[in-house]
Write a protein that binds this ligand. Structure first.
Ligand SMILES: [Zn+2]
Length: 437
């Protein structure tokens, strides 16, 4: 991607040479070790675009590696021309070009790709792609075995720093879910106070391991309009299901006060531990999500209440840009994070980068996070190849937006370079206290 401004080439070269902080990723392991060329095309999120123009069943069939890839090809042959221009398809195009010298998705191209499939299970191969991408750190939301966090034996993927995955800790709805969450401490919990204390012990263990933030993506399960219920309201629900291990409260409707109470308690812990909180807002992976649940503006009461907690609002709240700009401008405790968004909608990012520069302090913008590993044919795989492509697109979106602002006389080229460095590297380094040079 490029534009026709006089400063674009210079700014793009500058952005491509910058180190970047990958603010959000889900690499639970290395990989993938591609087993067939269709996996190379569909990779991760692009599968949802395919599902959007075929059917969920056909998208699932594409994933089924027990069927020879040649027999799955007709689905891809039909789908690719219908959805080959999205940001997710751009990732595929860039991976095909960079790693396989292929320009288009054809049967012949796939036959050639099949002869030289990448094996990203190899640590060196995986890490060398991150090196080439200029990704110096990746903040990993990986749902680890918590006992390995507490005894310090958990192994992160290359360049990973851990975040503390919050949703399951406040999604409890029966006796067993409570005991499962605290099991790594080898305790049995019977009261709400004990449960909250146990969670704090676990979070402190995460911090000792090196965790740099909390992360919550509960918008996939419930609306973001957290209330501020009393302890008694929360305890009533907790005690009801704890009194009989066969009881289960409906989530989220039957546990709302408990869920909200715990989330507020965890934000106070974030304050005590001096860790920022990453929150999923906007677009949801998969099909048929209710994105209105995930609009960041629903967080406003929570953000007002917890003024000494630092929040990083994810995915640029796509497609609700106006609400996000307001929160970034009017709430000192809010930063704007464009992770995943650079490939969900590159043009949205270019527009919003421009608008944010003019309305939100530029020190509150985090421009990149790859967000691979939670989806696709190999959930958990690290997808270093796709992270490389994603980082490239984020750099170009920044360069396009800032060169436009230079062209209109809003900033000069030197300022544009400083801003690009802040957005891609210095701001997240400072915000997450990563201690990078
Ligand atoms: Zn994510």
């Amino acid at each position: 991607m490029k534009n026709h401004t006089k400063s674009y080439e210079q700014l793009a070269a500058y952005c491509h040479a910058l180190p970047v902080v990958d603010c959000h990723d889900h690499s639970t392991r290395l990989g993938p070790k591609y087993a067939d060329p269709i996996q190379v095309v569909i990779g991760e999120y692009f599968l949802t675009d395919i599902g959007s123009v075929t059917s969920e069943d056909e998208a699932k069939t594409l994933l089924d590696a027990s069927i020879p890839w040649q027999d799955r090809w007709p689905i891809l042959e039909k789908a690719w021309p219908l959805t080959c221009h999205t940001g997710f398809a751009q990732i595929t195009r860039r991976v095909l070009k960079k790693f396989y010298d292929e320009e288009e998705v054809t049967f012949a191209a796939l036959q050639r790709i099949n002869e030289r499939l990448l094996d990203l299970d190899d640590w060196e191969a995986f890490d060398s792609i991150l090196e080439e991408a200029g990704i110096v750190v990746r903040l990993e939301d990986v749902w680890p075995d918590v006992s390995q966090i507490l005894d310090g034996t958990y192994q992160l993927t290359p360049r990973g720093r851990l975040v503390i995955p919050l949703p399951a800790y406040h999604r409890i709805n029966n006796y067993q879910s409570v005991q499962d969450m605290v099991a790594p401490l080898t305790v049995t919990v019977t009261t709400l106070d004990q449960y909250v204390e146990a969670c704090y012990e676990i979070f402190k263990g995460f911090k000792t391991f090196g965790a740099v933030a909390f992360k919550d993506q509960s918008a996939y399960f419930r609306p973001l309009d957290y209330g501020n219920p009393t302890r008694a309201e929360a305890e009533e629900i907790f005690n009801w299901f704890m009194a009989d291990p066969t009881r289960s409260a409906a989530y989220p409707t039957g546990t709302r006060a408990l869920d909200d109470y715990l989330f507020n308690a965890f934000l106070r812990m974030a304050r005590e531990l001096e860790l920022p909180v990453q929150i999923h807002t906007g677009h949801m992976a998969g099909l048929y999500g209710d994105v209105t649940n995930a609009n960041a503006i629903k967080l406003a009461p929570l953000l007002m209440l917890h003024r000494d907690v630092r929040f990083d609002l994810f995915h640029a709240n796509w497609p609700y840009s106006g609400e996000l700009l307001y929160l970034g401008k009017a709430y000192p405790n809010v930063a704007l994070n464009f992770c995943w968004t650079n490939v969900i909608d590159p043009v949205y990012c270019q527009d919003l980068f421009r608008q944010a520069l003019a309305s939100v302090p530029h020190s509150k913008i985090h421009a990149f996070g790859s967000d691979f590993g939670g989806f696709g044919f190999e959930p958990g795989g690290g997808y270093a190849d796709r992270a490389w492509a994603h980082a490239q697109m984020a750099r170009e979106n920044v360069a396009i937006a800032l060169s436009d602002m230079v062209e209109m006389g809003y900033i000069n080229v030197d300022q544009a370079q400083e801003i690009a460095r802040d957005w891609l590297y210095d701001n997240p380094n400072r915000f997450y206290r990563l201690g990078l040079k």
